[in-house]
Design a protein around this ligand. Structure first.
Ligand code: IMP
Ligand code: MG
Length: 194
């Protein structure tokens, strides 16, 4: 029997998002910031984060698709693109739900470079560092997480479970339940280190 186990609760998510917003506001003071929401996965994170950013920040949306089930297809499709000229000479911050192999973000950064922004940085809520197969490094990270497949707060499994208000895992065995509980406590500690 499988069960849904919580990995990051709502309060922990919101506390970390406030910390990230403070950092971003400080770093982009007096800059021409454009934040790009990568749909669909990042939409709750983006909504919570952008409401804490300096007024005057421009909001843009893209949709990319790179995943089927629990495995990356290795292929990235742009399903919704920016308007022509919307990031030229601007300071771009990509807002993404999770970075795993890094393929999607490597592709997207290269794609956006061609649109001649002044700068491009990457902000991810979750970083599955141990799964990285490319050299890309996010500039802002909410939480570094171990190799669990996570759902909720925008993240899906085959388009389901996005609307859980917190980050959860599917556990299939008792040992997994225990591991998730231990990881949850470790993740909470990351708040204090920022
Ligand atoms: P990457 O190209 O391997 O870095 O994969 C990034 C994309 O895969 C993210 O934008 C997510 O849509 C999806 N993804 C990676 N890990 C998970 C997960 O644990 N849960 C849900 N989606 C995931
Ligand atoms: Mg995604």
């Amino acid at each position: 029997m499988s069960s849904i186990e919580n990995l990051i609760d709502e309060k922990t998510l919101q506390e970390r998002i406030s910390q990230l917003a403070d950092e971003i506001n400080h770093d982009y003071l007096d800059k021409n910031l454009v934040v790009i929401c990568i749909l669909k996965g990042a939409f709750y994170f983006y909504a919570d984060l952008t409401r804490k950013l300096n007024p005057g920040t421009r909001l843009e949306f893209m949709r990319v698709k790179s995943y089927e089930g629990e495995n990356s297809t290795g292929k990235v499709d742009i399903k919704l693109d920016l308007d022509e000229g919307s990031i030229k000479d601007k300071d771009v911050l990509i807002i993404e739900d999770i970075i795993d192999s890094g393929n999607t973000m490597t592709f997207l950064q290269n794609y956006l470079e061609e649109k001649k922004p002044n700068s491009i940085k990457l902000c991810v809520l979750l970083d599955k560092q141990e799964r990285r197969t490319s050299t890309i490094k996010p500039d802002y990270v909410g939480f570094t997480i171990p190799n669990h497949f996570v759902i909720g707060y925008g993240l899906d499994l085959n388009e389901k479970y996005r609307n859980y208000p917190e980050i959860n895992c599917i556990a299939n065995k008792d040992e997994e339940v225990n591991k998730i509980e231990k990881d949850k406590q470790l993740i909470k500690k990351q708040l204090k280190n920022h």
